[in-house]
Design a protein around this ligand. Structure first.
Ligand code: ADP
Ligand code: MG
Length: 431
């Protein structure tokens, strides 16, 4: 290799290569733009065995070069000058590096800076800094080599440092942009959360008198109803109840997401709830030609849960089972106690009850399973048009389960059916 290169690699080169690698590592680790500027200058001074370094950046809008930190000056300050001035200006304009052995003999050198700072510049080496696209974005300048003048080997070294600085600067800029975009998104998300919370409160208010008056009319206290009137009112009642359920779910979702919904857990008989949920849904299932089976063993222990939230989660899962199972299908609800099993999670010393909901529905493709718990996600948005749905159901179920410190497991085969399983902690026997 050495025969082909212009110079013979010696021990000095190896040492410089090591320094260069260190600098590259340090630069690529820094993602804060301001700190990176400082780091580039410090590391360049060290690697170049010079007295000070300055990284000038091009401000295209103002036609200026600027630098934030003048290393070695007592105070850090921003320097700015017209981009064609001085050695750095020349390099940034022409794109040619400059190696100047005696600054005061070069007419392009601006002696004014030395006069202002009380510094005495002797040797200067200055390299253009180019971005990936090849445009000049700045100039990296080192002053006063500790010993002698800057050599061609120094030029190569500074060139390598300048390329590396350009990459690091671009990365830091990208990172900063990403961080800003992320902050904005987070703000937007919080605004959306507030909006949803407000709107669901607002929607809930007018529903109360509608339900109240429909129920009053149905009670026939204001006057007798014909059968037709009664059946029409019952349709209204069901629709309003459905609307109310949707709004309650929406509100619960927003509250969960904003961490505002605190669970109120107590020992609770889950078996009765399963039977009751199945009973409530059976008319709707029968209407669609589905059968609902409940297989709950007797003597199931109480579980430590928030009954309202678990009831909500079961409703949402059953609603999906009915929605995604074609006529003729079957929905099965089951429960099984695992009393203090060997693999009992540390938080559940008494074991758990596993509740399962199976359907013989359309199933979920394996690659879509992780996504169905995302808010608003639906495998096939066209079913929403025929059956309704917001894509919030499973996201809410997942949040409810997480709030209980447990998870939801799914097995599904497209065209065969799906099973959802939830584990609920068994309550303390003496609680
Ligand atoms: N039992 C199920 N069988 C088949 N697909 C299901 C089942 N439950 C949920 N999914 C899929 O997961 C998606 C998300 O469910 P969910 O969050 O409840 O939203 P929604 O019911 O409003 O569509 C559904 O749109 C559907 O694609
Ligand atoms: Mg749903």
């Amino acid at each position: 290799m050495a025969e082909h290169g212009p110079r013979v690699a010696g021990p000095g080169d190896r040492a410089r290569l090591r320094i260069l690698l260190e600098v590259i590592k340090a630069m690529s680790a820094e993602t804060d733009f301001e700190r990176l500027l400082q780091l580039i200058m410090e590391e360049t001074t060290r690697a170049m065995e010079a007295d000070r370094s300055t990284l000038f950046l091009v401000d295209h809008e103002r036609g200026e070069l600027w630098s934030r930190i003048a290393l070695g000056l007592k105070e850090r300050k921003e320097i700015r000058f017209k981009s064609h001035l001085g050695i750095a200006g020349h390099v940034a304009t022409t794109g040619e590096p400059l190696n100047i052995p005696e600054a005061y003999e070069d007419p392009r050198f601006n002696q004014e800076v030395d006069r202002q700072t009380g510094y005495r510049t002797r040797t200067i080496l200055c390299m253009p800094v180019r971005n990936k696209a090849g445009s000049i974005v700045g100039a990296l300048q080192v002053l006063n080599k500790r010993a002698g003048v800057f050599t061609p080997a120094d030029e190569e070294m500074l060139d390598a440092l300048a390329s590396q600085a350009a990459i690091a600067l671009e990365n830091a800029k990208l990172y900063e942009d990403l961080r800003k975009a992320y902050e904005e998104l987070k703000q937007l998300d919080a605004m959306k959360g507030n909006f949803l919370a407000n709107i669901s409160h607002e929607l809930r208010t007018p529903l109360a008198p509608i339900i109240g008056y429909v129920e009053m009319l149905l009670s026939a206290r204001p006057g007798p109803l014909t059968d037709r009137q009664r059946s029409h009112l019952q349709v209204v009642e069901q629709a309003v109840q459905r609307l109310q359920g949707l709004i309650e779910d929406l509100l619960a979702f927003v509250q969960m997401e904003q961490g505002e919904l605190l669970l109120q857990t107590r020992p609770f008989a889950i078996a009765a709830l399963l039977e009751e949920r199945a009973r409530v849904l059976t008319p709707r299932a029968t209407e669609k030609g589905l059968t609902v089976e409940v297989a709950v063993p007797s003597g199931l222990p109480d579980v430590q849960v928030d009954p309202k939230q678990i009831s909500r989660a079961l409703m949402l899962l059953l609603d999906n089972a009915i929605k995604f199972t074609p006529p003729g299908g079957r929905i099965a609800l089951g429960a099984k106690a695992h009393v203090a099993p060997d693999d009992a999670p540390p938080g559940w010393p008494h074991g758990y009850v596993e509740v399962s909901l199976s359907d013989t529905g359309i199933g979920i493709p394996a690659d879509k399973i992780p996504r169905i718990f995302e808010k608003f996600y639906q495998v096939d948005a066209s079913t929403t048009r025929s059956y309704g749905g917001t894509g919030l159901g499973l996201a809410l179920v997942k949040q409810i389960m997480e709030a209980h410190g447990t998870r939801l497991a799914v097995e599904s085969t497209p065209g065969v059916g799906s099973t959802f399983r939830l584990r609920l902690p068994i309550a303390h026997p003496y609680a």
